[in-house]
Design a protein around this ligand. Structure first.
Ligand code: TEU
Length: 557
């Protein structure tokens, strides 16, 4: 799709609603709570809010299991609250993007309840049903993303249904035109109400292979990878073009596809403007830089060069990217890619610079703007996420000790990102007057919004400056991206350039001082326009020394 001006200037703030702000003391964040904080988000410099799912749901996967697409889950508020949110947001020039979770529904959705009854009702073909193997076992060895088989048996039909995620999240059958039609109608329902776009969950999985096959069993795993044969299936682009033609193209809205297991070559097919599919995609390659022998849950630290190479290759391969380092499925960025103890502030600011000034749309996950960190758990029972518990049992079944398994889970558990937003140092970090659904990170006394708002050098204040800078400098919007430190082991530096301007973003990823030679065309001709150390001056010599996690943005004069 063609990127018009508002889309290019979109700066997205992801609100994980149940952990953002609770207005009624039930311990769960809600829509009225979010409305109270619209000015906070606006003042940060974001202009789009992406809401994680707020629809009716049994919350097996925190709302990514939807039981009714057109109803708001009462724990978050009412439809009126949602309309009020839209209105209040729009009054502030903030746009609202909803999560569109249409690879699967909840098993409590009426479509699935009907579908599983028998093989000949209106909804029988709404999901992916397959016959058992001759011995009665599952049709293939595919495993689900959260552990266990991706197939579950239903005696009423004597068939298995496919669920790439939890068994309470059956996959929809997009090959059925009626399913697609119902989804498009539902999208129109929200867009007609005034919603400004969708973040499309797991969208690379919607078109399934015509024939499912066993996947190779790697790393002594019991099941084949869930995405084997399921990512970027045969009709994916046909369906997205149809969705675009029938729905998206009729509105001035933004579309962001979440596309796990998609290469840059495949991603281009989703976003090239003349293909009329989506505006942008979330890619995952740079999220894999610290994967190891147990995949995501390995005790491995990333290498900066891998992060740099991966991000750079996507910058080179796509004309527009979704720039993110964290979200509600990932650890806290300062704990994962920075330093969450001695250099928390410096590294949190540096990470914002390095990622959000690349070409594309900046995505900020709630709490990043104050440098929130991972949890330090002592017992697996402290975690809420179903994935963490499944993985913990799996790791232990592989002979890993309790202590090591806990450490591995702690590094990556999605709960790291889901602890309540830390507003102040009052009870429950000001998130709720009741008992929060998930523990508050005990470091809220030190790390909270109120403190950051009072400090002109805080991480929050830095994000404000950075976002303003991005939207006020055309070169940072559409200038070319070029990596300038392909070999350096400590520094990730790149330029953004247009015919008129050139900007260099120079970031150190190490906790000690390192030397850096400025690119020649900047020597004696530069002005510092952003820095995470407040005493950084314009650079008069060609050699500069970057302090721990120092990041600096210079403009050629
Ligand atoms: O995540 C899609 C996805 O690919 C997951 O494998 C994700 O990488 C995983 O959760 C990491 O542990 C989306 C949502 O963002 C996630 O919260 C949902 O659980 C999932 O889809 C199912 O809807």
């Amino acid at each position: 799709m063609k990127m018009n001006d508002w889309k290019k200037k979109a700066i997205v703030y992801e609100a994980y609603v149940q952990s953002f702000n609770d207005s009624d003391g039930d311990g769960i964040g809600d829509l009225p709570g979010l409305i109270e904080k619209l000015d906070y988000i606006k003042n940060l410099g974001a202009n789009v809010i992406w809401l994680t799912p707020i629809f009716k749901s049994p919350l097996v996967d925190n709302g990514y299991d939807i039981a009714d697409y057109e109803a708001i889950n009462p724990i978050y508020g009412s439809m009126n609250d949602f309309k009020k949110l839209l209105q209040q947001a729009h009054e502030r020039d903030l746009k609202i993007v909803m999560d569109l979770v249409v690879n699967h529904t909840s098993d409590q959705h009426k479509w699935f309840k009907e579908s599983k009854k028998n093989r000949n009702n209106k909804y029988s073909d709404y999901y992916i049903w397959r016959d058992p193997k001759e011995d009665g076992s599952a049709p293939t060895n595919l495993g689900s993303a959260f552990g266990g088989s991706a197939w579950t048996y239903v005696p009423e039909r004597n068939q298995y249904y496919l669920h790439l995620f939890a068994k309470q999240q059956p996959d929809l059958n997009w090959d059925n035109p009626q399913v697609r039609n119902d989804i498009y109608q539902m999208m129109k329902f929200w867009l007609d109400m005034g919603v400004d776009g969708f973040r499309m969950d797991s969208i690379s999985f919607i078109s399934k292979p015509s024939k499912f096959e066993d996947a190779p069993l790697e790393d002594n795993k019991e099941y084949g990878a869930y995405y084997y044969g399921s990512a970027n299936g045969p009709h994916i682009h046909e369906y997205l073009r149809e969705m675009n033609q029938k729905v998206l193209s009729k509105y001035d809205v933004i579309s962001i596809g979440e596309t796990p297991h998609t290469t840059a070559r495949e991603a281009r097919l989703f976003v090239e403007p003349d293909r009329h599919e989506l505006d942008m995609v979330f890619q995952f390659e740079h999220m894999h830089v610290d994967y190891g022998e147990f995949g995501r849950y390995s005790d491995v630290t990333f290498k900066m060069s891998d992060l740099r190479n991966s991000m750079t290759s996507w910058q080179n391969d796509l004309s527009w990217n979704s720039n993110y380092l964290g979200n509600h499925d990932q650890p806290r960025i300062v704990s994962r890619f920075g330093n969450d103890s001695k250099y928390r502030k410096e590294s949190a600011k540096m990470l914002a610079m390095v990622s959000l000034l690349q070409k594309g749309t900046p995505f900020i996950f709630q709490g990043e703007e104050i440098g929130m960190t991972n949890l330090h758990i002592k017992n697996i029972d402290e975690l809420k996420d179903l994935e963490a518990h499944n993985i913990y049992s799996f790791l232990k079944s592989k002979g890993i000790s309790d202590k090591d398994a806990l450490k591995m889970v702690n590094r990556k558990t999605r709960d790291n990102a889901r602890t309540p937003m830390q507003w102040n140092k009052e009870q429950n970090a000001g998130f709720s007057s009741g008992n929060p659904w998930i523990e508050v990170n005990p470091n809220y006394l030190e790390i909270n919004v109120k403190k950051d708002l009072q400090d002109s050098n805080s991480i929050y204040r830095f994000y404000q400056k950075l976002l303003k800078l991005r939207n006020n400098n055309q070169v940072l919007l559409d200038g070319n991206y070029d990596l300038i430190t392909p070999e350096d082991s400590a520094i990730f530096a790149y330029t953004r350039s247009s015919d008129k301007d050139k900007v260099a973003v120079i970031c150190s990823f190490v906790p000690y001082k390192v030397k850096y030679e400025l690119p020649e065309d900047f020597v004696n001709k530069n002005k510092v326009i952003l820095s995470n150390y407040d005493d950084r001056e314009d650079m008069a010599s060609n050699t500069i020394y970057l302090r721990p996690y120092e990041g600096v943005v210079i403009k050629r004069e």
